[in-house]
Every structure is written in structure tokens, then in C-alpha cells.
Design a protein around this ligand. Sequence first.
Ligand SMILES: [Zn+2]
Length: 491
Amino acid sequence: MELSRRRFALLSSAAVATLAAPAVIRVASAATWSGPRPKNVILMISDGAGYHTWNAASYFEFGKLGEQVYDRFPVKTLMTTYPLNTSSKPTNDPTPRVSYDPMAAWSLAPGQGDLGGEITKKKYPNYFAGYEYVKKNYTDSAAAGTALAAGIKTYNNSINFDNNGKPVKMVAEFAKAAGKSTGVVSSVQISHATPAAFAAHNISRNNYAEIGREMIEEGLCDVIMGAGHPMFDDDGMYRAPAGDKAFQYVGGPDTYFKAVTDRTTYQWIETKAQFERLAKGELELKKPKVLGVAQVHTTLQFNRSGQGMGKLVPNVPDLATMSLAALQVLAKNERGFFLMIEGGAVDWAAHANDTARLVEEQIDFNRAVRAVVGWIERNGGFAQNLLIVTTDHGNGMLYGPESDRFAFQPIVNKGKGQLPEVTWHYDTHTNELVPVWAAGPGAEQLVQLSTREDPHTALAGWGEQRRYHDITDIGRLLIAAVSTEQRASAN
Ligand SMILES: [Zn+2]
């Protein structure tokens, strides 16, 4: 406590200097893009991965930090993720209702009461005012997905709808207009909030059947891959679907039966062998578009029976295999593609405060990043490919074992193959800064966009990275990266 107080005093004076600095926001846009555009653009999202989620997986995988493939990327930034407001529906009010204040987010003053516990039924005392602050005014995955896909802030629950209840154009549509292919891959249901934000529009993320129907029947994306199979349970066991609701993630019964009887624009695949053969380029495709729904209901692995790591569902591919399968299809387009890949169940593990499966899911995501970087190295390298690796918000406030007494104490490394020592301070999303890694044409724009500074990040062992931009900057950068207005129209 003594140490924490002293640190806070030092940091507070630095924060005052920061607050006085003007926040000039430079906006990435198609019109201002300088230099060559990437041929292919890939966004990888570990959903709900706060700073120490990334560290926890690295400690388990390597026994130390700095060994991930994205640790070698030239661009590392932080970003804010908060929505326009925390309403669950449009409010028709353009005034931003929430924000991020570094002073408040890292305050060591005593907090009051407790927050959370709706999911885990635990008590989460607000030990410090900073803990209390970041537990409020957080984004959901839909508003965050819309920020990443369309570059706008909106209400929670929005899938590419603005706060006036109007649909907005997002990166996959800009990519299509530029002649590129597009795809979404997720370790959760294909119509869950994050993949939906890169493939559909809906006033609410909860309208799964409508979203699934739009994705499959309107067919904006050339590749859709994930979970959500109506005929399988969370252990990958075949079962008779109980009513129409079992079909919601694939657009309802009618859309599902069209898809499996070859009456959509997609080739349907679902077995692990099909995903694996496609990933190796050995699956013969009758159609140029692929809809791959793994033989499992909600998640590839997270929601299976049992506790802890291991004993995986055997009949589903991992995220790396799905990612390579998607790349096989998308890379056929000579004009390039946009692809979003989501480690969706990292967020589910954080909601459950399940440290073992959190690490397992984050490692599955890390392996997918390695597979994608390997593909990039074989396909034009980072001269032709822009890759951004990030998350859409924090979740669970993962800190060290004594972080109830020592504010923001980092998690404790127990070595390779061992789970770190942690304390969960929440069971839902947070309004914390989150990390971003990027490489390829345009990546450096994120550094230019990082015009604000949070002097306190080192307090929590976040290293020297202090400057940050907003989540919507990623969306605008992606749209600019896939747009080709300035490309010479000759030939
Ligand atoms: Zn999320």
C-alpha cells in the first residue's frame, strides 16, 4: 500500500501535464491515404482480452513475455473502446455520454461498494476508485464491432446501426465496392456480435436469426466460418434440434436447410476433415464462396463439458485451421481481400472467470496469428498485407493475487506450462485501454493517430507504451485501406 501511494503521487503530477495537452485527432480516411495501399487487409480480434489476458497466455506458452509473433510487429499502440452511450437501443442523441479519463481509471483512492457478479454470482468489491471507474460505461461487442468495422461510435447492441437507428456502411462493403473478397471467421457462432459486425446490419445483436439470414442469404461475405451448428451440442455430439431456436445462429430452419441442400450461393462445409483439407488447398470447391459451420453449437471448445484445459471436442477445427481455410478461398481474388478473424470465446472465459480456459482460448488465438503471419510471409509479406491484432474491450479486470491490497498489481508468472497467479475483479467488460499490434502498409498511421497519453499504464506493468488512439480509428483505417478511389483508373 505504501509503495502504491508513493507511485500514485508521482504519476498524478505527470497526468496533470497530459490533461493540459490538446487532443488533436488526425483521422485516417480514403482521401488522405499516402503511400501504397495493402492488397490484403486482415483484422484479428481476441474478444474481451484485457492487457493481462495477453500476458497470462504468454507466461503459459513461453514462461515470459515478448515471444509472440506480434511482439515483433513495428507498430504497438493502446486504444480506448467506450461506446457513444450505454443504451441498448438508439437514443437519437449525438452527445457522447461516456469517455475515458486516465486520471480516474488509475485512481488509488478507496473505491465504494461492489459491482458485477451477475454472471459468476460472486462479489467484486471496488477496492480502489480506479477499479470502480473502469467497471462502468463499458462497450459491448456489438458497439465495439461497429467501431472496428464502420469507424463510428454508437449505442450498445448496434450491429452497424448509428444512434439514429440507421444502417451504416462498413469495411466489408467498402472492400466489395473495390472488387475485393471479404470473410469472417470466429470461434463462436457465425452470427455472434463480432463476426456480425463485419458481415451484417441489425438494430440489435440479439436478433441472431435475422443476422444469420442476412449473412447467408444476402451473402456479402465470400467466406463465413465459425460455430452455431443446430444439429450438434457444445460437446460436438449430434442431437435432434429442440425447436426453431436451435437454428437461430444459422438464420433459422429455412435458411439452414437451404444452406445444406445447396440452395444458397455458398458451398457448405462442416466436418473437421473438410476444414483441414480446405486449409491445405486440397478440398475441391464447386462454388467460389464457402460457409463453414463446425459441428458444435455455440463455441469451438470453450463451452464443452468438464473443467480446465484439455479433453478438447475432437470433431472441430481450431482457429488456425479455419483461418488458413478462409485464406485459401479469399486469396483467389487478384484484387485482394478483407478478413476478420475472432478468438470469440476468450471473452466467454473472462465472463466466467475461468483462468485455465481463458489461457487455452488465448493460446488458440495466438496460434491462429502465427498461422496468418506464416501465410503472409508466403504471400507477398508485409509489403502487400496489413495485419492488425487487437481486442474489442477488456473483460474481467485480471490483476495479480494481491491486487485487492496493491492496486493494479500485475499477474504473477509461474513459468511455462503453469497458470499465472491472478485475481479476477469483475465478470464483465471494462472501460480500460487495450493493446493493438500492427504491421504492413498503413500500420504506422495508428502511431500518428495516437495523440493522447495515459501516464499511468506503467503502474500496472504495461511497459512503456502510453500513447493511445480510439477504437474507431481502426475502423476508419480499415475502410481507407480497402478503398481504391485513388487507384489509377487506366487499364
Ligand atoms: Zn467483445
